[in-house]
Design a protein around this ligand. Structure first.
Ligand code: HEC
Length: 219
């Protein structure tokens, strides 16, 4: 009665063993938490604009299929600078590799992995977190306008948010990218310089600034 499944299982084990070592399935602890913590939790935590938290394995597993869908469609993480607009990069866009890793993880059963391997969830500092609800709404509104290609309205909103957080290198850099996309090049350049002065180690801002200078020179 039981010998057949045992035989089948050992044949399967042989078949697997004879191939190159199979890649271990992706886990939340090793593969997914770093992506989510770096790209999603900033908005998806209590008190922020995201409609639910993405901070724990349970949070993320519960919405695994939805997360797969919104990352495949690049609906999330939201950010205006689109690829192809003068090569402005955004550090918050996921790479194609990260997107397929999420899909692989979901298909392999959204495994947790070793809880001890889960990195600590990010701490949010006032430097980046948009506290006052008014500024949250403006930030979201700016995103929505930019997505709809209404760059003047987007700038109007973002200008207020950027002014409220003069010390946030990230916001200043995002504002610069938006200015560049809207064709306000001299102002964008000054804004990139401001962001770099706040965080000289930010490669994305430097690259965006270089692209802008090339674009200006090509005129
Ligand atoms: C800039 C803030 C921000 C970031 C970063 C962000 N989100 Fe969101 N997310 C939102 C907001 C606001 C909503 C609700 C409004 C909407 O659906 O646009 C939302 C909605 C969602 C939804 C529900 C979509 C639906 O169809 O109802 C999912 C799933 C989601 N986010 C996943 C993610 C994932 C995964 C990441 C990281 C890869 C991420 N988000 C990054 C702000 C953000």
């Amino acid at each position: 009665m039981w010998s057949e499944p045992v035989l089948a299982a050992s044949l399967l084990a042989l078949a697997v063993a004879s191939q190159a070592a199979p890649a271990a399935p992706p886990t939340f602890a090793r593969d997914i938490a770093p992506i989510v913590y770096q790209n999603c939790s900033v908005c998806h935590h209590p008190g922020e604009t995201g409609p639910f938290s993405l901070l724990t394995y349970e949070d993320v597993k519960k919405r695994a299929h939805q997360i797969e869908a919104v990352t495949q469609s690049r609906y999330m993480p939201p950010w205006p600078p689109q690829p192809g607009y003068g090569d402005f990069q955004d550090e918050r866009r996921l790479t194609a590799q990260q997107i397929s890793l999420i899909a692989d993880w979901v298909r392999a059963g959204a495994l947790e992995g070793a809880p001890s391997e889960i990195p600590p969830p990010p701490q949010f500092t006032a430097n980046w977190q948009l506290g006052p609800p008014d500024l949250n709404s403006r930030y979201n509104l700016a995103n929505a306008f930019a997505r709809a290609g209404k760059l003047d309205q987007a700038l109007e909103q973002f200008r207020i948010v950027a002014a409220a957080y003069p010390q946030s290198a990230r916001l200043q850099s995002q504002f610069a990218a938006l200015l560049a996309r809207a064709g306000k090049w001299p102002e964008a350049l000054a804004q990139f310089d401001k962001a770099i002065a706040l965080d000289p180690s930010d490669e994305t801002t430097r690259k965006n600034r270089d692209s802008l200078i090339k674009q200006m020179a090509a005129r």
